[in-house]
Design a protein around this ligand. Structure first.
Ligand SMILES: [Zn+2]
Length: 240
């Protein structure tokens, strides 16, 4: 599994994968540990300030599971290297807080036929969607044009709730395990929205758009590496 972003979401996902017996993970993040976001980053502490996040995370994960194989990439993904970065992994976890990078990952994963999970947390709300390329809705089925950088709320502007980030990151790890083992039903074709204020989780049903500029009709991509339970692909909107 490749985890892109080793902040709050990525640290929670990595810890879950390590605990659940993952053999090999990759970590991508070009940032260094900062004091302003320690409250939501389970793998980083005050003694780590200024160090590359991927180095700190790998060090702590190795203490937790010495047999875990970890590859680190201390750089932000770019359009030029995203294809090579994801190529060696069976599943990709989007744990970034940067909308353009989410769409970069979406596009590269769909083109490569690589299943991945998108997630985002701002304020008291979180979202999660697993994308099975050419089988289920991708981010561009929802938003054909990626939002501009200044159109999305940032963690600095809206704040962020540490426990919610931990929950969503752990759910992302679970999606990876489900997809790679075939056990359970991926959260594909349904956008999970989590409202921490009311503690309600809603599912918004989605479908792959035939007009999607990335995965719509006429755009050929290889099949995904894991299959979903098609019987539960289009659930009614529910509150659970
Ligand atoms: Zn699409």
């Amino acid at each position: 599994m490749l985890i892109v972003g080793v902040g709050g979401l990525g640290a929670a996902a990595a810890l879950e994968l390590a605990r659940q017996g993952a053999l090999r993970i990759g970590l991508v993040d070009g940032d260094r540990v900062e004091a302003s976001n320690l409250h939501r980053q389970l793998l980083h502490g005050p003694a780590d300030l200024g160090r590359p996040k991927v180095e700190v995370a790998a060090e702590k994960l190795r203490k937790l599971r010495p047999s875990l194989e970890i590859e680190t990439h201390a750089a932000r993904l770019t359009a030029g290297d995203v294809g090579a970065r994801i190529a060696a992994y069976g599943f990709v976890i989007d744990a970034t807080d940067h909308a353009p990078t989410k769409f970069l990952l979406n596009d590269a994963c769909v083109r490569a036929g690589k299943p991945f999970v998108y997630a985002g947390v701002v304020g008291l709300r979180g979202q999660l969607l697993t994308v099975l390329p050419r089988e289920s809705a991708c981010l561009r089925c929802l938003f054909p044009e990626a939002p501009a950088e200044d159109e999305t709320a940032s963690c600095q502007d809206a704040g962020i709730l540490g426990p919610l980030v931990g929950l969503v990151g752990a759910l992302e790890a679970r999606e990876a395990v489900k997809c790679l083992t075939g056990a359970g039903t991926p959260a594909s074709d349904r956008l999970l929205t989590i409202d921490a204020a009311s503690l309600r989780i809603r599912e918004v049903p989605l479908r792959r758009s035939l007009a999607c500029p990335l995965c719509g009709d006429g755009f050929e991509t290889p099949p995904p590496h894991c299959s979903a339970d098609t019987a539960s692909r289009h659930p009614e909107e529910t509150v659970v």
